[in-house]
Design a protein around this ligand. Sequence first.
Ligand SMILES: [Zn+2]
Ligand SMILES: [Zn+2]
Length: 419
Amino acid sequence: MEIKAIRGFNDILPDEIGKWQFVEKTAREIFEGFGFSEIRIPILERTELFSRGIGEATDIVEKEMYTFTDRGGNSLTLRPEATASMARAYLEHQMYSFDPVAKLYSMGPMFRYERPQKGRYRQFYQIDAEVFGVGNPMVDAEVIIMLIHFLGRVGLENLELQINTLGCRECRPRYREELKRFFEGKSGQLCEDCQRRLHSNPLRIFDCKVETCKEAIQDAPRVTDFICPDCQKHFDQVKDYLAMSGLAYILNPRLVRGLDYYTRTAFEVVSYSLGAQNAVTGGGRYDNLFQEIGGLDVPGIGFAVGVERLISLLSKEKEFVQHPQLFVAALGEEGYKEAYRVVNLLHLQGIRAELDYERKSLKSQMRRADKLKAHYALILGEEELKKGKVVLRNMENKSQEEIPIDGIVNVLKEKIVSD
Ligand SMILES: [Zn+2]
Ligand SMILES: [Zn+2]
């Protein structure tokens, strides 16, 4: 029986990889320009890192984690997100002992056992950026500015930045109670999941997609009416810093992130470019996470960008597939030898050159050059070679010229690179 990939686990094929590389390269450039450094964290962690860090009463921990017992009897989990691991690494390596501020980014696959559907996979990719060790609202705005700048550089248009505050340990419990009271009055309208959330984590009802729940949410009390003066001040300053940078935003009091550890600033970026409204990415502050996993009081803020979603929003016009810069077609024994020599020299110069391995007819070699969308073709014919010449054809406008074989690599390099 033919072995296939696991459901929800995808191959990313060479004709799609250009988009991925472009997104990742842009993220590296932008984030490093903002003073962030890359960190690579393991794919497997102890299960309690996530159950404590993300919170027991979340969908992720309750039903979406890939958890198993290893041969040593330890409960391990394939990471469902990156923030908890990054925070663990910060604590474990005492990164704070050199400087309390750590600006980190990471990219790679995450794993969640969700029902596979279009655009949602069990292995999916995220680009994460986090700042640990700063509670100042300046950094909230900085992270948001970096995110918007990144999305703009990737080419996303019609973006809307939505922000909210979620309060802190002091003021959030009061809001939670109020919310609980409110939803208890509407419990007939709530779906089964939300009935449960009502007791475990009523804030998560805001994330529900069920119609009747969405209706119940309409008149729910707003967190902004319950926050303490410190949280209010923090939120006002975030708004000031955003305004100072000329970044437009919308206040969205319904923006409540599902994870328990979020505090204060929450944000989401919505795209309107494909007609419909699409949440592109989001993030926020999580000043309680570190205490959950390590006992230290370290503030944190960051975001995670879903790469599959981002790629689905990239411009359809931009060309991401890499075609050969040159296809070398040859005839006869001498022609093939010469072609092989030239192609190898070009490869050493970083020129993407392709040749025929099958000794096909010139016609079929040129067909392949066309199919591969090579920009140029170099034709090494027997007659021309005897005169020390070869033919260079521009595959786009079909013009061609004879050039001497002597010093050909330099001539080609110049032509192809300047093209
Ligand atoms: Zn507060
Ligand atoms: Zn619901």
